[in-house]
Write a protein that binds this ligand. Sequence first.
Ligand code: TRP
Length: 459
Amino acid sequence: MTTKRQSVHGQWSSRWAFVLAATGSAVGLGNIWKFPYITGENGGGAFVLVYLICVCAIGIPIMMAEIMLGRRGRQNPIMTMEILAKEEGASEHWRLLGLMGVLAGFFILSYYSVIAGWALAYIVQSVSGAFTGSDAKTVSKIFGDLIASPERLLFWHTLFMVMTMLVVARGVRSGLEKAVTLLMPGLFLILVLLVGYAMAEGSFAHGIEFLFAADFSKLTWGSVLTAMGHAFFTLSLGMGAIMIYGSYLPQDVSIAKTSFLVAGADTAVALLAGMAIFPIVFVNNLEPGAGPGLVFQTLPIAFGQMPGGVIVATLFFVMLVFAAWSSAISLIEPAVTWLVERKGMTRHMACVVAGIATWLLGIMTVLSFNKWAFTFTFAGEEKTGGAFDILDILTANIMLPLGGLLIAVFAGWIMSKKSTTDELGMEQTYSGYLIWRFLVRYITPVAVSIIMLKAVGIL
Ligand code: TRP
């Protein structure tokens, strides 16, 4: 077989190393910070249901497609698309898909790093006992003071970017992989503990009803797009992060099983976070639609009131930082590998260039929470925000779904049946394969197109 290409950048030591790295990429701020606040803003249950449907019908098939492309191409996303397009006799312009991914990762990391900075700042707050005995009001003041200060935000954003680029500079198999092995189960345990606390002390029934009772009358096309976009975001799909992780995947590993595992773990973490947060929101009469500060203004109330809260809070924010860290490296990895493999830079030089560019763009997000907020309209809804909101909409609601759609089209229509069955390790008549192929050929492209066009009012 000529298609079993030699990887230029090594391989994972085992299937588990890949599952861990992919889960590390998927589980992050998206699950614990973003999922709860967008669920709150979009009215709860119906939104959650759409998100879950999107994970199953669109997310998992695209994850399989993206890993498959990565393993077959074994390069950075741009060169992978070039090689595969050539192999299938398709246009070289498919490389633009890789290029859009590199850009999307860079945009996302620029604001992701600022939010991860909030978590870093909250480690210090936790250790200093700032939350002890505090009520909703003091906690919200702590948060308000933080985001009102560009200097403090910039400091923590800078620290997080340095942490991220240091790991990326050392290559993909770094110590972080080992740290994540320990800390991800830890994060999971603390979330379970917090759900226990919410059960005992919060309005648990109200929280659960908010999360799982679907009232479709409140659902707009804008919300549907946000739910679908989040399915891409939380699974790290549509920009080549999972493609590049797939490019390090040994040939004998089952792509389907791996995808189910990663998506399952990711969804579990998001739902646990929601189940911990909303009961606390309701028992304290807070607004579920409070926006990006939601996690930072609710969980500290619980930490402030539970026994041993200082330790639990510190552990929680340390683990949140690690979850964000292992996601951040996957956001910039495509850009760095591309600078190395295409532009001929050394890995260190590529990290410096990509890191500084991302850091600079991040300053726009720093300012959007204080000095530079404005009002704008997207999908018929007026929003107040700044560069952060624009970057978030541009990436999660436009670039990732578009990238996912193109990945689906490539895997379903451009690649031959033989190439896909070879790579997925499935028979052409196997029902799982037929379902996957049906989903990527028809369901994904049609659903993504309709939702995007509906949301912007064209359909
Ligand atoms: N999935 C991560 C989270 O939920 C964020 C992330 C990492 C990501 N890599 C990505 C999002 C690639 C989109 C594309 O926090």
